[in-house]
Ligand binder design. Sequence first.
Ligand SMILES: N[C@@H](CCC(=O)N[C@@H](CS)C(=O)NCC(=O)O)C(=O)O
Length: 217
Amino acid sequence: MKLFSSPLACSSAAHMILLELGLEHEIEFVDIYSQPHILLNDKTAYALINPKNAVPALLLDSGEILTEIGIILQYLADLRPGSDLLPAAGTLERYRVMEWLSFIGSDIHKTIGPLFNPKMPAAGKVIMMQNLARRLGYVEQCLKNQKYLTGESFTVADAYLFIMTGWEPYFKFDLRPYPNLKAFQQRIASRPSFLRLLEQVQAAVHAMPLPEFPKQS
Ligand SMILES: N[C@@H](CCC(=O)N[C@@H](CS)C(=O)NCC(=O)O)C(=O)O
C-alpha cells in the first residue's frame, strides 16, 4: 500500500492511522502548494495518479486508487477488525464515528481549506472564520465531559479532527478560545504515532513553502 500525502494536510490523518495500526506501507509526499501539484520526489504531476488532484490517495496492492479521507480512514481501520480505532460496521457506534467523519469533512475541513487560498477575498475569509468558530464551538461543547469525540476511546475521527486543527505551531491556528479542544490536541499530540509522523514529515515540510493562516480577530 502506498499513501500519497502532503505533510500538513488532511492526508496526515491516514498517515497517522497507518502508524497506529502498524500496517505495512510507503508514503509518497505530494507538494500541493505548487501548481500543478507534483510528487516531491520526482516532480511527476500528481493528477496522473489522482485526477481529483487532492490528497490523500491510497494505492492499493491491487493497483487501484482509493480516495476521500473519510473512506480511506475506515478502509485502513477495517484492515484490523476489532481495533479500538473504529467500531464494527453496522453498529450505532460505527455510525457515530461516521457522523463525525462527515461533519469534520464537510463542515470543518472545507471551511479551513479555503482560508489558505490567497485568491479568497478578505470578506470571504471573515465569513469562513465565523463559520469555523461556530463549528469549533460545537466541538468544544462535545469535548466538555469526554476525552475524544465519541467518548473515552481514540478513533479515526479524532485523528482527522486532530490533523485539521492541530497545526498550531505551523499555521498559528489560535485554539485559545477552545480549551477543551486544546486539551484534546495535547492529548493526541503525545501519541507515539504522531511523534513518528512528525519525524517522517520534517524533511518534506521544509521542502514546501507553507501558506499563511489568516489572523483571527
Ligand atoms: N474530498 C477530499 C478532499 C481532500 C482535500 O481537500 N485535500 C486537500 C488537502 S487537506 C488538497 O489536496 N488540496 C489541494 C487542492 O485541492 O488543490 C477528501 O475528503 O479526501
